[in-house]
Design a protein around this ligand. Structure first.
Ligand code: G4P
Length: 289
C-alpha cells in the first residue's frame, strides 16, 4: 500500500530507549485498543526484551469491549506481562497504571527503591493526553498531528514511582499488510501518506464482515451489507450521504473521507479491527509470501 514511512526519525527514539531501558523496571507500551497488534512497535519488544511489560490498550472508548477483553487476556498470557484498558475518560489513570506496574514488580515502589517505568508508543496513540491528565499540566504536546515529545522527561507520578517518557518518534513497523491499512484507518498515518479511498475500501471490507449491523444503522443502508463488495458499500454510503459528482456518479473520495472520519470519531460504533487469532493468521500469511 502507498504509505510513506520515515524510519530516519526513529534513530533518536531508538537510542533513547536503548539507553534508558538499562535501569528501568517496567516498560509500558501504549497501544491503540482498536488495533493493538498493528499499533505495536516491534523495535520496543526487541530493545526491552526480558523487562516486565505493561500493555495499555488506550482509546478503549472507541474499541469493541469484548475484543478489548480478548486482547487483555492474550497479553496477560505472556510471561512478565500485564495489560489494562484505558481511555481519556478514566478518572484516576495514574492509580490504574501504578497498580498494574506494582503487580509486575512488587518489591519496588518506595522512596528509597523507586519503581522506574518507561512509557513508549507510536504517535497518536494518546501518550501526551495520558501524561497531561496524570500530571495535571501540559508537559507533553497533545495536538492534531501525531505528537513529538522533545527531550526525555522524568515525571514523578507518586512517591517512589518515576515515569520516563521517551523523546523522538517511534513509528510503527508494518509487518503485515492489513496492519498498514488498520494504522491508516485509525488516523496514525498523516493524510498525505496514504490513499484514503484505498484505506476506506479495506476498512469497509472488514466492517462489512464483522460490523455489518453498525454500518447499516449508521448509514441507513437497506441493502444486505454482508453481500456487498467494498466498492458497492462505499458507493451506497456516498449516495446516502449525498457525496455526488455530476451525472449521478458518487464522489468516492468524499465518501471515503466520510467513512474514515466517522470511524475515527467512533461514530460507526465501538469497533476493533483485529483479534489475536486474526493477527496470527495475517502474520503467517505474510511470512509465507
Ligand atoms: P500522542 O501523544 O500519542 O501522539 O497522542 P495525543 O495524546 O496527542 O492524542 C492523539 C489524539 O487522540 C488526540 O486527538 C487526542 O485527543 C485523542 N485521544 C487521546 N486519548 C484518547 C482516548 O482515550 N480516547 C479517544 N477517543 N481519543 C483519545 P486529536 O483529534 O488529534 O486532537 P484533539 O482534538 O483532542 O485536540
Amino acid at each position: 500500500m502507498a504509505i510513506q514511512w520515515f524510519p530516519g526519525h526513529m534513530n533518536k527514539a531508538k537510542k533513547a530507549v536503548a539507553e534508558r531501558v538499562k535501569d528501568i523496571d517496567v516498560v509500558i507500551e501504549m497501544l491503540d485498543a482498536r488495533l493493538p497488534a498493528s499499533s505495536a512497535n516491534p523495535m520496543i519488544a526487541q530493545l526491552t526484551r526480558g523487562k516486565p511489560a505493561l500493555k495499555i490498550l488506550n482509546k478503549q472508548d472507541l474499541a469493541d469491549p469484548q475484543r478489548t477483553r480478548q486482547w487483555i487476556d492474550y497479553y496477560k498470557g505472556k510471561s512478565h506481562t500485564q495489560a489494562i484498558g484505558l481511555d481519556a475518560g478514566e478518572r484516576s489513570p495514574a492509580k490504574k497504571l501504578i497498580d498494574a506496574c506494582l503487580d509486575l514488580v512488587p518489591n519496588r515502589g518506595s522512596v528509597d527503591r523507586p519503581l522506574r517505568v518507561l512509557i513508549c508508543g507510536i504517535p497518536n496513540v494518546g501518550k501526551s493526553t495520558l501524561i497531561n491528565s496524570m500530571t495535571g499540566r501540559r508537559v507533553a504536546k497533545a495536538g492534531n498531528e501525531p505528537g513529538v515529545t522533545k527531550g526525555e522527561q522524568r515525571i514523578i507520578l507518586a512517591d517512589g514511582f518515576w515515569l520516563f517518557d521517551t523523546p523522538g518518534m517511534l513509528w510503527p513497523k508494518i509487518i503485515v499488510e492489513q496492519g498498514g491499512y488498520n494504522l491508516a484507518a485509525s488516523g496514525a498515518v498523516g493524510r498525505n501518506a496514504m490513499d484514503e479511498e484505498e484505506v476506506a475500501l479495506e476498512l469497509l471490507a472488514y466492517l462489512g464482515q464483522h460490523y455489518a449491523k453498525e454500518l447499516a444503522t449508521r448509514y441507513g443502508l437497506k441493502e444486505d451489507v454482508e453481500t456487498l463488495r467494498d466498492e458497492e458499500l462505499l458507493e451506497a454510503i456516498g449516495r446516502r450521504r449525498g457525496a455526488m459528482l455530476g451525472g449521478g456518479r458518487v464522489n468516492m473520495q468524499k465518501a471515503a473521507e466520510i467513512v474514515l472520519t466517522d470511524f475515527r470519531a467512533g461514530a460507526i460504533g465501538r469497533i476493533t479491527l483485529e483479534t489475536p487469532d486474526e493477527w496470527r493468521v495475517w502474520e503467517e500469511e505474510s511470512k509465507a509470501r
